[in-house]
Design a protein around this ligand. Sequence first.
Ligand SMILES: Cc1cc2nc3c(=O)[nH]c(=O)nc-3n(C[C@H](O)[C@H](O)[C@H](O)COP(=O)(O)OP(=O)(O)OC[C@H]3O[C@@H](n4cnc5c(N)ncnc54)[C@H](O)[C@@H]3O)c2cc1C
Length: 363
Amino acid sequence: MTLQDVAVVGAGLAGLVCARRLQQAGYAVTVLEKSRGLGGRMATRRIDGSPLDHGARYVQPQSSQFQALTQHWLDQQLLTPWQPHTYRLDLIGQLHPNPLTAPCYVAPAGMSALGKALATGLTVHRQQRVTAIALESDTTWTITTTRTDDGTALTHDAKTLVLALPAPQIADLLAPLPEIEEIAEMKRAIAAVTYAPCLTVMAQYTSTSQAPAPLPCPPTEPWMVEGHVETPFFWVGLDSSKRQVPGLNVVLHSSDRFAEPWLDAPNLQPAGEALLAQAGKLIAPWLAHPDRWQIHRWRYARVETPGRDRILISSTPAPLVAGGDWGGDRQLDTALESGWAAAAAIQAHFSDNPLPDFPIGLF
Ligand SMILES: Cc1cc2nc3c(=O)[nH]c(=O)nc-3n(C[C@H](O)[C@H](O)[C@H](O)COP(=O)(O)OP(=O)(O)OC[C@H]3O[C@@H](n4cnc5c(N)ncnc54)[C@H](O)[C@@H]3O)c2cc1C
């Protein structure tokens, strides 16, 4: 395997932004991703040919950088504005209007289309789970992967390693590394980060019943409901209103409290049934009876306790950079900033010339 300048582990927003910026600056970059899809938690699953966003629901950019990237995606027609009726559940499960405080954008082709677009032109080795990282010499990282389809073990060598993953997954890879001071400090900072889990039900309906429902708007118009920690829901929304698809698709994200007891359960079917039944009770009766549904477990859905820095760096002996959305509390915004900062830090290690300012190197 050729020695790469940089290996980036994780093809989520943070990893892809970092890889793109470095490749455009002339580095030889390779990306290693355990899943088949690109974009990480900007995730879309097709059920019966219909895309449903089961990870990030929408884009609501806060920083000027993410606003610029959002505008680029709007120009590329990868994003479009979404103006749902918005409600919130209170602690006793009653619905109240809850107007959006900032513009909201969705991806008609599915959120994973954003990852796919960012990965264009990059070398991404998909379905390779990184199982170990080791310093081969003072100048080379050896990264061991296992192919998720056939279990084959492979290795990749790189002068610099970027781990763009949820913090606990970074901790697992760092654990066997020698306790040199910079890496020990990185381990301590990573260990302080915590994530909230989530169970996500993707449900399809051919029709809605006319039975009176707490949901005040017509069920076929765009709508979303923010949950409350005391209810089983973090968020429920009409996913099919983000795009032209037949029938109604609804995505239900559980609260972290609901998800906790199910984190290691071998069978999530009863959890999905309970969420659908609760949605039928609290939001609209027809939600309890989908034609078909699937459930996904997110062990690391949203950052609960963020780290203090956008990225963590160990510069000796060979550079190691850790990044991802855990470097702040603004989810996609933070992931973008972290990936961008990781690329800048690597350039600063190898050169006195800083990389060009945003967005040069991104699109
Ligand atoms: C249910 C849900 C709803 C959300 N809603 C929103 C929202 O509406 N708006 C918003 O801004 N944010 C939202 N978020 C959060 C947002 O999706 C994340 O903050 C963001 O996508 C994180 O990007 P990242 O690059 O840091 O990490 P990730 O997207 O998690 O990328 C990490 C990548 O690393 C890969 N990986 C992990 N371990 C390995 C390994 N050992 N080897 C190889 N690859 C590996 C993963 O497969 C993944 O592709 C939501 C998240 C969830 C789960």
